[in-house]
Design a protein around this ligand. Structure first.
Ligand code: GLN
Length: 476
């Protein structure tokens, strides 16, 4: 009997309950699901590696029993190729699972494949991938956002139970969620273990869920969050984040930063967010305009810190330890250069140059050290706002998803500027949810709800409330 069709439009929570009760014919469900996954992959290019219905994990009985889970391709999966979107890791098959993947499997989730991304996370549109460039299910001539583009596009295109695991350094969960009309939850830095993540910038990297609904994202956060001794930056107890779902928002104090509504932000996008703030107010929330004066320093600060860390992290790909190799010719420097020239993409090379430069003696104080100081300033400004407010609300991205033809004409700096609204919060390591907020020119707009460190609960409460009153369609 066909199993998949009856789960169309249903969420992972309901599905998992049925699996636990033994009501789902698991084999038929997954056989049919993979036909759908293949179709979506062909159309939108969302996977680097797709598993096969044979040899999947047994469903188990945990909190996400039987739920299909996709994993961004920079998160290690035992026995399943993990490329981080780079040619240099084309044949890399990890011998271990990342902490989040172990947690997913332990709670009964089923890993269905690895989603496409910008090489090592270097990008905002997922166009810097050495593999497939995902296309936006709302309009195939437009990008999905990045760097977790494959994950967000898959969530948008697949109308069956599924949760994606994405990762953000400077906005890579929020940006694609916003462009594809889905929910992206970026946890507090240190909330989720990074063990088994292929590092981009260690002081910024965060793993988090992308899902159709806030409640599914909250459920997945409950599965993957918590202290892990293999990542000494982790903090916090295991918690059930679904308890913040289905609450009201009476008395919630919203801060609206005026710098996030300035020049360069599409008027249509601004209007959607202001309308939403008005709706939240009519349901009992209070809002007030605030100022985050260092916002304009965010891009420079982020790109100095992120590239500095990235350039050190990429040093390990030298053709000797793991990843691509070649025939050893000349001295080591010549050999390393040959391998790196051949296998790194253009953006990765640009970031190695930028990062190496800003860490060099003579420039270190001028760039890297200064950026660290401004980062502290940015954190303080956020903290000050959170002394008197519960959450901060702004547009997630300044624009709707650009067309591929528009991206071709952008300079690297113009691309970096797209991250203006997402990098400050990422530098500060604060949690956020990007939640769909209506359409502009037929494309989704994302609203960013940002909270103080370890205040995911408040962010989930407000974004879930908005999701319920706004009634954004599950599918386009
Ligand atoms: N667009 C930003 C960058 O290129 C953020 C990407 C990310 O979060 N991985 O660095």
């Amino acid at each position: 009997m066909p199993q998949l069709s009856k789960w169309k439009g249903k969420d992972s929570i309901e599905f998992s309950e049925s699996v636990r009760k033994g009501e789902v014919d698991f084999e038929s469900f997954y056989r049919e699901l993979f036909i759908e996954l293949k179709r979506i992959n062909k159309k939108y290019g969302v996977f680097v590696t797709l598993a096969s219905p044979e040899g999947l994990d047994a469903p188990g009985r945990g909190r996400i029993a039987g739920v299909p889970v996709s994993v961004k391709d920079n998160i290690c999966t035992k026995g399943m190729r993990t490329t981080a979107g780079s040619r240099i890791l084309e044949d890399y098959v990890p011998v271990f699972d990342a902490a989040v993947v172990s947690s997913v499997r332990k709670e009964g989730g089923v890993v269905v494949g690895k989603t496409s991304m910008d090489e090592f996370g270097f990008g905002t549109f997922s166009t810097n991938s050495a593999y497939s460039v995902p296309r936006n299910p709302w309009d195939e001539s437009r990008c999905c956002g990045g760097s977790s583009g494959g994950a967000a596009a898959l969530v948008s295109a697949l109308d069956y139970p599924h949760i994606a695991i994405g990762q953000s350094t400077g906005g890579s969960i929020s940006a694609p969620a916003s462009f594809c009309g889905v929910v992206g939850l970026t946890p507090t830095y240190g909330r989720v273990s990074r063990f088994g993540l292929i590092d981009y910038a260690n002081s910024l990297d965060k793993i988090g869920p992308i899902a159709k609904t806030v409640r599914e994202a909250a459920l997945m956060l409950s599965v993957i969050a918590g202290k892990d001794e293999r990542d000494f930056t982790t903090e916090g107890k295991r918690e059930d984040f679904t308890k913040y779902i289905a609450k009201d928002i009476k008395g919630v104090r919203i801060a609206v930063p005026k710098e996030y509504f300035g020049d360069g932000i599409d008027e249509g996008v601004k209007k959607r967010i202001w309308d939403a703030i008005g709706t939240l107010e009519s349901h009992g929330a209070k809002w007030e305009e605030v100022s985050l004066p260092s916002t304009e320093l965010g891009i420079a600060t982020y790109y100095i810190i992120a590239t500095s860390e990235a350039s050190t992290n990429l040093a390990r790909y030298c053709g000797m330890r793991y990843g691509a190799e070649g025939e050893i010719k000349g001295d080591f420097n010549e050999y390393f250069s040959e391998i790196r020239t051949k296998y790194f993409g253009k953006e990765a090379k640009r970031r190695i140059l930028l990062g190496t430069f800003s860490r060099m003696s003579g420039y270190r104080d001028q760039y890297y050290m200064k950026a660290l100081k401004i980062r502290t300033l940015i954190i303080r400004e956020f903290r000050k706002v959170f002394r008197t407010h519960d959450v901060l609300i702004s547009p997630t991205m300044p624009v709707i998803a650009p067309k591929f033809s528009e991206i071709e004409g952008m300079s690297p700096l113009e691309v970096y500027m797209m991250d203006t609204l997402t990098v400050p919060q990422n530098l500060a390591g604060m949690p956020s949810v990007s939640v769909p907020c209506g359409l502009h020119k037929g494309m989704p707009v994302g609203m960013h709800v940002i909270g103080n460190h370890f205040q995911e609960g408040k962010v989930i409460r407000v974004s879930d409330f908005w999701e319920r009153v706004s009634g954004f369609p599950r599918t386009k």
